[in-house]
Design a binder for this molecule. Structure first.
Ligand code: FPP
Length: 246
């Protein structure tokens, strides 16, 4: 590509990073199609890019990164595609466990893991357990995650606590309800990034993203490089966050 066609690099102030960035890793299928490859090759490239971006987020000192890997709606995809994504997750988790001492990233899973294979559930449990001792960037992987499903589960758990006398509906606060969600203890995302040209939230972090800044780009997830992340961070730093005030 000719130099003049390149987008200029973005200026990021690394002393003023958002605390929590969340990403909808979208566009893997289109990335593959444009190259005449099967969709699964797009997911493989997406998984590689996730690893690269997560590593970079840790290097720059981001405190929390949350990614949407598989939604409660993604089961509607062809069985081979679902199984390819699960296979990539398994590969990623096995590698992550192997290099945990080097990476020192804390990991958590948001979502209902019960429909996953026993092997995958065990890998998730092991990854969470071993990585809790690390202090660096916390990476949250949303797996069989849906924002509405999360809110329903939280409401059910709270109702049960009320029935059994552990909670009182008259004293429920936003902070206390947040404790019933998968993200309990994690600050809300400051910036939500969606690549691939789609401009919607798709059931992602519905409660948590109430005051998040949104950044949309046409770049497809496997092509979402460090430079693209810089653009998103610079756009975030240029916004004025008022949280309903003036
Ligand atoms: C959306 O792109 C992507 C997904 C539904 C799957 C994301 C999965 C990965 C990146 C791989 C596994 C993840 C980890 C954390 C190792 P799409 O298929 O909807 O793309 P399209 O809109 O172009 O069809």
């Amino acid at each position: 590509m000719a130099l003049w066609k390149k987008k200029p690099p973005a200026e990021v102030d690394f002393t003023r990073l958002p605390r929590h960035v969340a990403i909808i890793m979208d566009g893997n299928g289109r990335w593959a199609k444009r190259r005449g490859l099967p969709r699964t090759a797009g997911h493989a490239a997406g998984a590689e890019n996730f690893r690269a971006i997560a590593t970079y987020c840790k290097e720059i000192g981001l405190a929390y990164l949350t990614v949407y890997a598989f939604s409660t709606e993604n089961w509607k995809r062809p069985a081979e595609e679902v199984s390819a994504i699960m296979g990539l997750l398994k590969k990623y988790l096995m590698e992550a466990i192997g290099r945990m001492e080097r990476d020192r990233v804390k990991m958590r899973f948001f979502g209902d893991l019960s429909p996953l294979s026993q092997e995958l559930r065990e890998l998730c449990r092991e990854t969470e357990e071993i990585s809790q001792r690390y202090e660096g960037c916390q990476v949250n992987i949303c797996l069989n995650y849906g924002g509405r499903d999360e809110l329903l589960r939280g409401a059910r758990a709270f109702a049960l606590d009320c029935l059994e006398g552990r909670a009182d509906p008259n004293h429920l606060t936003e902070a206390a309800f947040g404790g019933y969600l998968y993200s309990a203890g994690v600050p809300d995302p400051d910036l939500v990034i969606r690549p691939s040209g789609e401009v919607r939230i798709s059931n992602f972090l519905l409660w948590q993203a109430a005051y998040a800044e949104f950044y949309f780009t046409d770049v497809l997830w496997p092509d979402f490089s460090k430079e693209e992340l810089h653009r998103a961070l610079a756009a975030y730093q240029g916004r004025s966050r008022r949280f309903g005030g003036i």
